[in-house]
Design a protein around this ligand. Sequence first.
Ligand SMILES: Cc1cc2nc3c(=O)[nH]c(=O)nc-3n(C[C@H](O)[C@H](O)[C@H](O)COP(=O)(O)O)c2cc1C
Length: 413
Amino acid sequence: MTGGNDPAPLAGKFIVLAVTGGISSYKSIDLARQLALEGAEVQTILTQNALQFVRPLPFQILTGRTPIERMFPIEGGKHPGEMPHISLTHQADQTVIAPATADSIAKFARGDGDDFLSTLLLSAKAPVIIAPAMNPRMWSSPAVQDNIRLLRSRGHLVIEPGVGRMARPEEGEGRGRMPEPAEILTEIHRLLLPRPDLAGYRLVISAGPTRERWDAVRYLSNRSSGKMGYAIAITALARGAKVTLVSGPSSLPDPAGVNTIRVESAEEMRIAMLDAWKNADAAIMAAAVADYRPSKTIDEKKKKNSGPITIELEPTVDILVEMGNSKGSRILTGFAAETDNLIENALEKLRRKGLDFIVANIVAGNEDAMGANASRAIIIDESGTAEELPLLEKSQLAGKILDRIAKMWQKDT
Ligand SMILES: Cc1cc2nc3c(=O)[nH]c(=O)nc-3n(C[C@H](O)[C@H](O)[C@H](O)COP(=O)(O)O)c2cc1C
């Protein structure tokens, strides 16, 4: 998980970043920079041996705090009498050791208290995030592996070091590279940020109109813009879901991060939806799928005659009914766009199609939802209970629909 669109997801979080003496200590400057950019307050600790590899100045400038380098004289406290090796662990939302040398790991496992960092770790809250970095032969040594096991058994989070070229080319490749700052940041997010409510769920959403071809240039369609389905897809993505959007012809761009499948006819939408439904936890049918299509299509352009013509229409296959056949305990919901008898018509549709709930909206008059940016909807569930919503932006309505789905999943867990 990442911080999403929030520019400062770690605002208000206090992070203790301990840097120990290894060749990859320089990477921690970038980690400090990213943490500060995300709004975190960062207190760096540099071991005496880390000072052989990096200078305090970049950390000081990037974090706005002077790094602590030693136990005595007392550094880093704000008040007289403060003991930073204890007070910092009270304040810290997260303690991170990056890179963690074999030596610092051994000291932590043993419970040493002979320098500032080891003493601070004695009172640090688990999980401390440990990002080891060392030569592969050091990493695979029984002593290091025993220490790692011990620290994990105490609830600390040891990120597996990466595989790659070692500091010196003649050392070849192996496991021991410091995990990248982005990976460490992801773990910090995972521990500190609230998990979005739709994380881990797969949603399939349909949107837009369909086009039912009649001749080489003409088709039957409707006024749907796709705005409702796209708004649901974008909102679901922001709430952590994995989203597939099956879209009929729409001028809206493919939303970044959403698996968008473009289709044209009701039949193409049916095939794409049934395929996506196989691997989904919920489906929301927001597309205005044609109920009828021309029985016959003409390859060439129909010439104009003076007299009237008749186009025979045949019904299309009902996608929701077919999806309902393999529903199981998954959530299936759709929209009812009606010009009259909104609640009765929507309830009849919900029962006939076996939906969990239905979103009904009026598509006539001055509150016509089709193509508009806002919609006044009524959400009706299986029991017939109707929740009347005020006129809402489609992104707000998307939020209300997803709240219902999230609540149903919360009940199941
Ligand atoms: C050039 C050089 C590079 C080193 N790189 C690492 C390393 O990547 N990982 C490691 O565990 N130790 C490394 N060491 C050894 C540590 O610096 C040494 O164990 C030291 O005592 C660690 O102190 P600290 O854990 O208090 O920072 C390196 C030593 C030298 C001379």
